[in-house]
Design a protein around this ligand. Structure first.
Ligand code: SAM
Ligand code: SF4
Length: 417
């Protein structure tokens, strides 16, 4: 861990104690009292595997996927049955891997969840561009999905080649998306690829709106240490210039910024599985965030199925938060949405935000990172860049280390971050 990450954490948590995860876990998850709870389901299969991708996934086979989904439905009933009656939840997101490969069984998974949860804010799912076909889209829509996210990355052959993916047929996507409509059509773009220019990025942005997207998630390329990719990340200076140009371009187009990396043409188009106060995660590698704990399921499909067969939860590691650690975690992910409503923090922790972090807020305002607007702390363009800069440290200090270990061992004894 870099000295910057260590000192920032020690300062904000008012402690030098690390985040300690252990293999001790709750068989009954304390989610009944959680408000604004979201759901996440992980489907870890892809038709081909990209070298740069850090997510938990393996090559698709119909047999493996069906066995996995049978286990997943059991996990949903184990956990869902722990709450008496139906629990109201916000949104449900399917991520992966490529969850759209399970289009034939998405309805079954949603039905299992609906036995235990009332979903109020809609259902989203990730697709690979090759899944964007009218029959697949129709199956998803019939199952209740109203938000889709397509992993475009780039339309330009040179970057598709750099990333080792196959080209995207923009006309076919446009046609399919005009035949089957969704409330949110989000497109993922990866930017800050080697030698990428603003003109190239502009081309991709214009093109995603042209095929029918109303929401864009533009992620800077991250070079994870454990992936096989040899694509190098762009220098900080060039990346900052590109990010600022990109943000201004979205603003000029009249887009609404819904998080650090997402922009939409209308404020109803939403797609975010990250910025939720609490969530329950089902499936391999899925994480669960509750009032005072964060847990992560095993990354190994066979071990996951074995645990479920033995009627135990597939939890690999659990972190029990101390209050300040939870506050920092809460602020980090709420800030990702670029707005931190002051009242929500107080409701969650029973302490006014300005009492907990008055000095830090004063410094952040002084440095021009945030401003106060309608009862919320709102990130400025400068703040968004430094958030990203810090997020890069966070990704390498925490996510890279955590996922690196979880990919090696199904059930490690502990992990100290
Ligand atoms: C689960 S995938 C999306 C769905 C589908 N599997 C696909 O690739 O089209 C999630 C997204 O993470 C982003 N991503 C993956 N690896 C990344 C990396 N190394 N740096 C930045 N973004 C990355 C990509 O934009 C990708 O679309
Ligand atoms: S980027 Fe998408 S298709 Fe490629 S390996 Fe990752 S999850 Fe699978």
């Amino acid at each position: 861990m870099s000295i910057v990450t260590f000192l920032t954490r020690a300062w904000l948590t008012r402690s030098i104690r690390p985040f300690t995860f252990t293999d001790e876990y709750d068989e009954v998850l304390p989610y009944s009292d959680c408000s604004r709870l979201g759901l996440y389901v992980h489907i870890p299969f892809c038709r081909s595997v990209c070298d740069f991708c850090p997510y938990c996934k393996e090559l698709y086979s119909e047999e493996k996927m069906n066995k996995y989904i049978d286990a997943l439905i059991k996990e949903i009933h184990f956990v869902g049955g722990q709450h008496e009656g139906k629990k109201t939840v916000t949104s449900l997101y399917f991520g992966g891997g490529t969850p759209a490969l399970a289009a034939d069984r998405i309805g079954e998974i949603i039905s299992a969840l609906s036995e235990h949860f009332d979903i109020t804010d809609g259902i989203g799912i990730e697709l690979h561009p090759t899944n964007v076909k009218p029959d697949v889209l129709k199956k998803l829509k019939d199952a209740g999905v109203d938000k889709i996210s397509i992993g475009i990355q780039s339309f330009l052959e040179k970057y598709i080649k750099t990333l080792g993916r196959t080209g995207v047929d923009a006309d076919a996507l446009k046609k399919a998306l005009s035949e089957v409509r969704f409330q949110t059509v989000s497109a993922d773009l990866i930017f800050a690829l080697p030698d990428q220019t603003f003109e190239d990025l502009k081309y991709d942005i214009d093109k995603v709106f042209d095929i029918g997207a109303n929401h864009v998630a533009a992620y800077p390329f991250i070079d994870f240490t454990f992936t096989k990719s040899n694509v190098k990340a762009m220098s900080k200076k060039k990346k900052r210039a590109l990010m600022d140009q990109m943000t201004r371009y979205f603003e000029e187009k009249g887009c609404y910024r819904s998080s650090i990396w997402t922009f939409s043409t209308d404020s109803d188009a939403k797609y975010s599985s990250m910025t939720r106060d609490n969530f329950l995660g089902f499936g391999c590698s899925a994480t669960t965030l509750l009032k005072d704990q964060f847990k992560i399921n095993t990354f190994f499909v066979d071990e996951y199925c074995r645990r479920i067969e033995n009627k135990t939860l597939p939890t690999s590691l659990t972190l029990r938060f101390r209050k300040r650690q939870r506050m920092v975690y809460y602020l980090f992910w709420t800030a990702y949405g670029t707005r931190v409503p002051v009242k929500d923090f107080e409701e969650f922790f029973g302490v006014p935000l300005k009492k907990a972090y008055g000095f830090e807020i004063w410094v952040a305002k002084l440095l021009g990172f945030i401003k106060e607007e309608d009862g919320a702390l709102v990130m400025t363009l400068k703040g968004a860049f430094y958030y990203h800069y810090y997020e890069n440290f966070y990704t390498l200090a925490y996510i890279d280390k955590m996922w690196g270990l979880m990919r090696k061992e199904a059930f490690p004894k502990s992990m100290i971050l």
